[in-house]
Design a protein around this ligand. Structure first.
Ligand code: BES
Ligand code: ZN
Ligand code: ZN
Length: 480
């Protein structure tokens, strides 16, 4: 879709349909008040009037997320019509530019479809969205806020890019494919570079935990490292480390079929790390950004790693494997160690579809925010909230800390019959965070929100792109 504000000479633009954002309490002033009353228009309603080529959408408050959802509702209501252009007066919250960003995000995210494998492809027909220079509440909009259009397109574009990766089937989307995508991203962005490594390098580096997971797959594991350097004066250096298990069968601790379905989404963390660097580079954010993707399949086979194996990880911490399905933490352990040593970032954030326990505990919509610095976790939670992504801080305690100890090695990869599975997974990862990084590390468990089993908000079924906007909003806040 293309977006533009009306310009002065073009007071009467031509368009096929109008979207009217209405504050639920103020319908009395509207031309169609009688019709709307008859149709029970209230807070949260959408009333489509095709004969007058209008759709009314309620915006209950002026929060950014309400604006995104209102745009999404409008798109859904009129998607079935063959409409090329729409006109609207933007609902504006306290920050004008951010409201335009949110509006564009709502349009772009809700009109996404993954229809590559459908013989009959359905697509939202809207090509052009024209904004009035007066808000839905009648206030004139500063022309400078039009910069929100490009930002919204970048943010939603990066999110939809991640959705495409997560939705692609595992037969196609192997670690090699992720390497190709990373290279293509670097090729198309002058400020992004990439390097990539296979089994030989992982052996040289002693990344035996990462290697163990990929041991039984004919698809070579890949450690992919992308770097974005801003054109001037980087404020700080961020490393995003993503779990890129392109398929998680569980390994020898095989998942039952019902749990294996949709495990193509176990690459969601690495995909998000790709989306983050893409958006950061396109927005020219004033930070050096590194994305480290740990890509491998977790398969069964005669060469598979086994429960009872003991692994000497890159950082020399030894790990007793009790369940090969707790593989993400093994991949991340070595990637986190590698990223701290090689990149020496100021902050290190890992993203992973790590635990089913996180989905059980928080539900399918919420990211678990873990780490060893409570203030950093809270700060992240608050500034990422603007993105509309949901997050909850999960706190550890000394009793759970003890539970990852092993009788035969330094630590074990699961706590058998243990409770608090998301927190103990975080504790496992913390064993690979050096002392000097304890205050600078965040672990984001996106097992719930990375993949939508059914549609919600502006997310269709499938990959959601979780983690991209939360982290970019966080970085945008830090850039202020
Ligand atoms: N990839 C899964 C976690 C997951 C579950 C992501 C559901 C998305 C939806 C992870 O590798 C896994 O299998 N974890 C195990 C850990 C257990 C063996 C301690 C789990 O959650 O069951
Ligand atoms: Zn697993
Ligand atoms: Zn997994």
């Amino acid at each position: 879709m293309k977006y533009r504000f009306i310009d002065e000479k073009d007071k009467k633009p031509s368009y096929d349909y109008s979207i009217l954002f209405i504050n639920g309490n103020s319908i009395d002033k509207i031309d169609d008040v009688e019709v709307l009353k008859m149709m029970g228009f209230e807070e949260g309603s959408v009333v489509d009037l095709p004969s007058s080529r209008k759709v009314y959408v309620s915006v209950s408050d002026m929060e950014l997320e309400t604006i995104r959802l209102a745009a999404a509702k409008a798109v859904k209501a009129i998607a079935k019509h063959d409409i090329k252009s729409v006109f609207l007066a933007p609902p504006i919250a306290s920050d004008e530019e951010a409201s335009i960003v949110a509006l564009v995000e709502g349009f772009e995210l809700s009109s996404y479809e993954f229809n590559k494998y459908k013989s009959k492809k359905v697509k939202v027909s809207i090509e052009e969205v024209i904004f009035d220079n007066v808000s839905s509440e009648g206030k004139s909009i500063d022309p400078k806020s039009a910069s929100g259009i490009d930002k919204g397109v970048i943010l939603a574009g990066a999110t939809n890019y991640v959705r495409d990766i997560v939705n692609e089937m595992p037969q196609v989307y192997t670690p090699l494919k992720m390497e190709e995508d990373a290279k293509a991203l670097a090729d198309s962005h002058a400020n992004i570079t990439v390097e990539s490594f296979g089994r030989d390098y992982l052996r040289e580096e002693g990344m035996n935990a990462f290697l163990a997971v990929g041991q039984s797959s004919p698809n070579e594991p890949k450690l992919i490292h992308l770097t974005y350097i801003p054109s001037e004066g980087a404020k700080e250096k961020y490393a995003f480390v993503g779990k890129g298990v392109t398929y998680d069968s569980g390994g020898l601790s095989l998942k039952p079929n019902s749990s294996m379905i949709h495990m193509k989404s176990d690459k969601g963390g690495a995909a998000a790390a790709l989306g983050i660097i893409k958006a950061a580079a396109e927005l020219n954010l004033p930070f050096e950004v590194h994305s480290v993707l740990g890509c491998t399949e977790n398969m069964i086979g005669s060469s598979a790693y086994k429960p009872d194996d003991i692994i000497v990880s890159r950082s020399k911490v030894t790990i007793e494997v009790l369940n090969t399905d707790a593989e993400g933490r093994l991949v991340l352990a070595d990637c986190l160690s590698w990223a701290q040593d090689k990149i020496k970032p100021d902050y290190i954030v890992d993203l992973a579809t790590l635990t089913g326990a996180c989905v059980v505990g928080l539900g399918s919509y919420t990211t678990g925010i873990l780490g060893k610095n409570f203030d950093l976790q809270m700060d992240y939670k608050l500034s990422s909230k603007q993105s509309g992504e949901l997050g909850t801080v999960l706190e550890s305690n000394p009793y759970l800390e003890k539970s990852v100890e092993s009788s035969i090695a330094d630590i074990k990869n699961v706590v058998i019959n243990g409770t608090g599975g998301s927190i103990t997974a975080g504790i496992f990862l913390s064993k690979f965070i050096k002392k000097e990084y304890e205050d600078k590390w965040l672990h984001l468990d996106i097992a719930g929100p990375a993949f939508a089993e059914s549609e919600w908000g502006y997310n269709p079924v499938g990959g959601t792109g979780a983690g991209v906007r939360a982290n970019i909003y966080y970085l945008m806040e830090k850039a202020k």
